[in-house]
Design a protein around this ligand. Sequence first.
Ligand SMILES: [Zn+2]
Length: 227
Amino acid sequence: MNTRLASSAVVLMLALGACATNRSSPTSSVSTTLDPATAVQALKDGNARYLRGDVQTHDWLHERIHTTGTEGQIPSVGVLTCADSRTPPELIFDQGIGSLFVVRIAGNFQNDVGIGTFEYGVAALSVHTIVVLGHTKCGAVTATVAGKELPGKMNSFVNAIKPALASAPKGADGKISTTDAEIANVRWQAKELVQRSEILSAAVKDGKLRVVGAMYDVETGVVRFLD
Ligand SMILES: [Zn+2]
């Protein structure tokens, strides 16, 4: 992060002092921190526990509530995922209170509010990894592929997802499958999330932030990280 951005981050932390974290390490034996080098593997391991049904987070839930409530949050991983009721990231990755910094919106697309949220997570908290997590059978992506007008404000997410479809492969019939559209949406939103943010771009360039895409299968519960 360059000097100007670093000073901006300090101003931000001071301005948000009322809700910013106490960055000292928790005195509790319970850690909410994931190491940058192994964060993705830790999420994979958590998903494996979720699939086996031997989740760990509830074993020390009350201790985590107390620790994070009194000493502050130190989330390591940001997650941009869909509002879909089948995609709760804390459950899918078996992560407890204080670990994940989450933005959820239909179609898991980036916008100014989401970008600003992650900028705060990176600059003022301790987020070093962001996962853009799409999922199968996504209604928002399905509606976008169908290309129909939706009532009310629902076209807002269709319009936000539509540009992502330009990079999706087309079948022999010239059409884009929903699965390919969901994957293309993850990749495109992850790219835009970084490119549209000076703070996130600088953090990636400085090696302080990694942004990865992943797909969640709502039928099997499996998370597949994309290349
Ligand atoms: Zn969805």
